[in-house]
Design a protein around this ligand. Sequence first.
Ligand code: F6R
Length: 260
Amino acid sequence: MEVVILLNSKDIGVLAADAIETLVRQKPSAVLGLATGSSPLPIYNELARRYEEEGLSFAQAHGFALDEYVGLPTGHQQSYREVIRREFTNRVDIRPENVHGPDGAAEDILAACRNYEEAIRAAGGVDLQILGVGTDGHIGFNEPGSSLASRTRIKTLIEQTRRDNARFFDRLEDVPHHVVTQGLGTIMDARHVILVAAGKGKAHAVRDFVEGPVAAVCAASVLQLHPHATIVIDEDAASELRLADYYRQTYANKPRWQGI
Ligand code: F6R
């Protein structure tokens, strides 16, 4: 696990966008794993800028969303399918039919989850997965206690996550209780994982999953077992890390050709 500590969210967005650009230039048909929430927005802004100003193309790329609320009507502004469209895919030239998300409105949720796993496999697997982290250490919506081997399935949000996400809705009561999320096993199959986090509110979660034990109670800690996981965070999110100086020193002395 590589930990990169940067000054602010803009720098985080640029570094993650660099990795995505390198991938998409080497492999135009790359499969991107897309997170929602506020953490990845600087990445999407930077990629949209590079598309507009520098011609970075996603025309052959594929995207798979991490998760989706259950019970929101199709087209709801806060459904993750809509959020991904608004924040990223509508701003670049990725083909709409190449962008997929778990179906939170399916009659048969179990079958929809199996189909989603199959669609990821059929696309060749995720090359680069973008992740945020919840204040309770969730990735995707794998709340505390999630099996470290889990696949796409329905989960119940804990109240803290519903409260954290209430800022996107009119009222807390409007935040769904259920979600469909890629499992931790699904996320671990991605070839490269980049988790981004900023702000003091994420400092405990970052400390727990980077330097604490690998345990289902902190889902993101499973990334300690990933062969290529890059954690890109700002100074506030890094403020409780015991080895922060070591991470800074390691990154400062890393040959730039290696990328992340
Ligand atoms: C979103 C997702 C969640 C968020 C996490 C952090 O698709 O899977 O794990 O990444 O809840 O959310 P923000 O970035 O809004 O703090």
